[in-house]
Design a protein around this ligand. Sequence first.
Ligand code: PLP
Length: 382
Amino acid sequence: MNFNLRSKLPHVGTTIFTKMTMLANEQQALNLSQGFPDFETDPKLVQQVSAAMEKGHNQYAPMIGAQLLRETIARQYKEIYAVEIDATEELTVTSGGTQAIFTAIATIVRPQDEVIIFEPAYDCYGPTVELFGGKVVPVRLLAPDFQIDWDYVATLINENTRFMIINNPNNPTGKVLGKEELGRLADLLEGTDILLLSDEVYEHIVFDGASPQSVLRIPQLRERSFVVASFGKLLHTTGWKIGYCIAPAAFMREFRKVHQFNVFSVNTPMQFAIAAYLNDITYVKGLAAFFERKRNLLKDGLQQSRFKVLPSEGTYFLNLDYSAITQEKEFEFACLLTIQHKIATIPLSAFYKEPTDQQVLRVCFAKQDDTLLKAIRILNNI
Ligand SMILES: Cc1ncc(COP(=O)(O)O)c(C=O)c1O
């Protein structure tokens, strides 16, 4: 039988993250490519998972998430931003940030809807929009400053524009949209019925004295936004795949209709463990300093190298401009570094739909100091 399997995503292959990690493993290279920590999760948090299992939290959690966790999250927003979240009506625990993004897009996007996406962009946005028949309208931002021209963005808006996706702080650029930029965005969307997906998975990781800028703090944006967060990034537990989405109650009701037939509910013991662990807010408040020290270690260590370090205002990524070394294309140079110099990175071009080549590679600094020092030694010799 010859089945006529027509791909719904004909242009999508294996992601660059999987490819580079496979190559790094094969080459036994230092892996600064994929965004995950190589240090241990806090044993106290791990113990909380065992404790939750022993207490019998082993069956389905409520569809919207364990109440204790939802209340803990809402309390955090209150303490950190003085923002009130209704933990019953406005918040759903999801299987990581990715599922929250998928579900928000599935909830909103219909065939022919246009979705404005800022590039370089995290890889799941575009394909998910396309899966639901939407059309991606990219806004290309370029190194070194990745500045948004809001007047240009305004020209892209038409009656089909349904959704806009921002990621703040941004992976891969390390840029943070501050109050002023978010104000520009609010002005731009004022009077339109365009909804906003604000991917805030690196929310608390902002440097140099900046304070986190959730769109939940801006009422004109909050009323039109799905906000996405991830405990994988917050707690150094990317393998647990737990996150959440916050949206106005009417949006959240629709979101949950999709969520309940997509995952239904998220694994129970981890939810109780995270709730217990985050009972103390000081952890979250210390996260920025923890990563800022690592950023500085890597950045300062590369001062004498031939790589130019682009600014990183947040997240746990740095971008390295290698144009002083070679004009080789990013993918080829990233492969060469992995095979010959035993260090894996991600070509920035992987985050654009149409090919770009800016001679920039992204590295992840959520790594042990020892790993970063080894990376510095390698990169300084190139
Ligand atoms: C910008 C961005 N959004 C979403 C995610 C996905 O988060 P999760 O691993 O919780 O699905 C990531 C993970 O790397 C990310 O960098």
